[in-house]
Design a protein around this ligand. Sequence first.
Ligand SMILES: Nc1ncnc2c1ncn2[C@@H]1O[C@H](COP(=O)(O)OP(=O)(O)OP(=O)(O)O)[C@@H](O)[C@H]1O
Length: 321
Amino acid sequence: MTSMLELRNVTMDFKTKKSMFKTSTVRAVDEASISVAPGETLGIVGESGSGKTTLARIALRLLRPTAGAVMFDGSDITNQPEKQLKDLRRRVQGVFQDPFASLDPFMTIGQILEEPMVIHKIGDSAGRKDAAARVLDEVKLRPAKDYLGGFTHLLSGGQRQRVAIARALLLKPEYIVADEPVSMIDASSRAEILSLFSELQRSHNLGFLYITHDIATAGYFCHRIAVMYLGRIVETGPARELIRRPQHPYTQALIAAIPTPDPQNRFRERAVIPLETASSRVNAGCAFFPRCPKAEKGRCDAIKPVAVEVAAGHRVECLRQ
Ligand SMILES: Nc1ncnc2c1ncn2[C@@H]1O[C@H](COP(=O)(O)OP(=O)(O)OP(=O)(O)O)[C@@H](O)[C@H]1O
């Protein structure tokens, strides 16, 4: 299947000021390659600081990578100036973590939904109102007329995220980048939002890049998963296979940390791996070396691992394979 979106060996360095005269560089993304086919969901999983949001922003071409290429529908858009990205801005939409910050509290829901169509000069006033009502119905805010004139501060987090999803749908995108879309929503609405995504995916053949720290929801929602650690994609594969047979010690630790309802688990100790940040990459070898329970001194801290295919479409970047 041809990919609609592809990041090829993408690296992103940020320069940060340490003092008046000193700057340092943080490598947020390190030679990452991913692709998303039409109608497919790729999950990017990793803990805080692993580079997921930076990767999402590159995929939306809100950031230009330091190295590597961003391909969309067969074209290289890595260095295209903003005025040439109009097509991408319609065909690719973002849904972000915080539905409280992403919607203007002074606009009615109708105005929020009509705005993208006004910007992209789509339809007339009556047509835009019809389209706004239609997408509200699609995201199950019903009856739509009860919502159009209202303001978002009266809505719950889950309802606000539905408005954000409705806004993303209005321009009939082909692919959605969803960056932690359920992490700020109460637990009871999370599954509903994810099943809404699945429904919309089926009805519109939408591609998804789903960014999350939660490998359990990624296993539920995604076709494929890429696990990120300190900017690198350390393991990638079909979601079920990766969850059942994780090969990288980092993925194994993420899966071991998934809470399960079995009461016996009260007595089971979980492997807790101390948190590191991107600036703490210390050796020439594997980035995970300082935390890895399986690391081999003299080898894993000296040789940079390259990805090897352990099963069809399942690749792992670990020397202990
Ligand atoms: N604009 C920036 N300037 C400097 N450093 C940055 C910038 N954006 C991100 N970083 C750094 O890059 C690394 C990756 O950040 P990023 O936000 O992509 O990670 P993340 O996995 O999405 O984490 P979180 O879930 O906490 O958002 C972090 O160390 C972060 O501090």
